[in-house]
Design a binder for this molecule. Structure first.
Ligand code: EPU
Length: 316
């Protein structure tokens, strides 16, 4: 349901310069694609975020939290309701040591994942290098159980805290987090008063002290490998499809169908890594979706495997 005039007025009064109406999502996604969101709000404080979430829940307005928009395809007709960005209210990162001498890094959801990795490196803490070069924010990375060949969020998270749509904040230890490939689900009894989708506020990361030189060396190798094999400098949403199995790469399957370089409108299957769809400049979401279906059909026909999008597709 689109936002009515009363809702727009309430948002304008409460969020002033922190709300934009009919905001093109192309400005907020790494693919540089996406129609307008009815309202895009960037709350300045956690209190403001709580107020917004409670109000939207009472009004039954749809809410979509986005990080850096790096794993997101927004359709051309845009998004109903409210899009929330967390980079202003949830941008803190700190190191703590518990009474038993274990070291943790606490990173809020709006912090860039790259910043968490470089913070850990500078603090000589081991465990986050796997995520070097993965774009996006900590919140998005937790939601997606972001990962690479070297590891995933599931391996380092000790605890998260969430905001339920009734405004309650709650900590959830790792025992109650159900991680699977590119997905996090909260075990049912983990949320006291669940109503709608909870918002991840922060993560507590269990990292170990390590030699700086060794960590730096490992980091450079990981980043070099990524730069060599992926079109990291072009607008994309990272790997578009999930790997169908741990020993099967979607990129390799697409490559073997001969679709590298396939172009529909402004959307292109990257000639460098076949699991990347690139916006060559003027791609629409519909170009990307048509190219996605072309790739899926070719892989299904040749290998009898149905590729599933890893990128989250949203919008009206
Ligand atoms: N390959 C090809 N052709 C291609 C691409 C890959 O033959 O066009 C082959 C490679 O030569 C290699 C194999 O496929 O033998 C695996 O390729 P790669 O090492 O690039 O890994 P991937 O499985 O395609 C995954 C993640 C990436 C992550 C890399 C590196 C998924 C869907 N992708 O890619 O994550 O960066 O491993 O660890 O899990 C992302 O999630 O957005 C992402 C890019």
């Amino acid at each position: 349901m689109a936002l009515d005039i009363d809702s727009r007025t309430w948002l304008q009064n409460h969020f002033k310069e922190n709300v934009c109406f009919d905001e093109p999502m192309a400005r907020h996604t790494s693919l540089r694609i996406g129609g307008p969101a009815d309202a895009l709000v960037t709350p300045a404080t956690i209190d403001d975020l709580q107020t917004l979430v409670q109000w939207a829940s009472q009004r039954r307005l749809s809410v979509l939290v986005v990080g850096d928009g790096t794993n997101l395809l927004v359709k051309d007709a845009g998004i109903d309701g409210i899009v929330i960005r967390l980079n202003r209210c949830l941008n803190q990162i700190s190191k703590t040591v518990d009474s038993g001498g274990r070291t943790f890094v606490r990173a809020m959801a709006g912090v860039r994942l790259h910043k968490l990795c470089t913070f850990a490196l500078a603090a000589q803490l081991k465990g986050m290098n796997f995520a070097l070069g993965i774009p996006g924010t900590v919140g998005g990375a937790i939601m997606m159980n972001a990962g690479t060949f070297y590891g995933s969020m599931a391996g380092v998270l000790e605890e998260i805290s969430i905001l339920a749509s009734d405004g309650n904040i709650q900590s959830i230890p790792k025992e109650n987090l159900d991680f699977s490939y590119r997905q996090l689900t909260l075990k049912n009894n983990a949320i006291r008063s669940f109503a709608g989708n909870p918002i991840i506020l922060e993560g507590l990361f269990d990292l170990q002290p390590a030699q700086e030189k060794q960590l730096q060396q490992e980091a450079e190798e990981i980043l070099k490998k990524r730069r060599e094999s992926q079109p990291t400098h072009l607008p994309s949403a990272g790997c578009f499809f999930k790997n169908p199995a741990s020993d099967q790469s979607a990129g390799e399957l697409i490559d073997r169908t001969g679709l590298k370089g396939e172009k529909i409108g402004g959307a292109l299957v990257s000639p460098r890594h076949a699991n990347f769809i690139i916006n060559t400049g003027d791609a629409s979401a519909s170009d990307v979706l048509t190219l996605m279906e072309t790739v899926q059909a070719a892989v299904l026909k040749r290998f009898n495997i149905k590729l599933e999008a890893e990128v989250r597709i949203v919008g009206r």
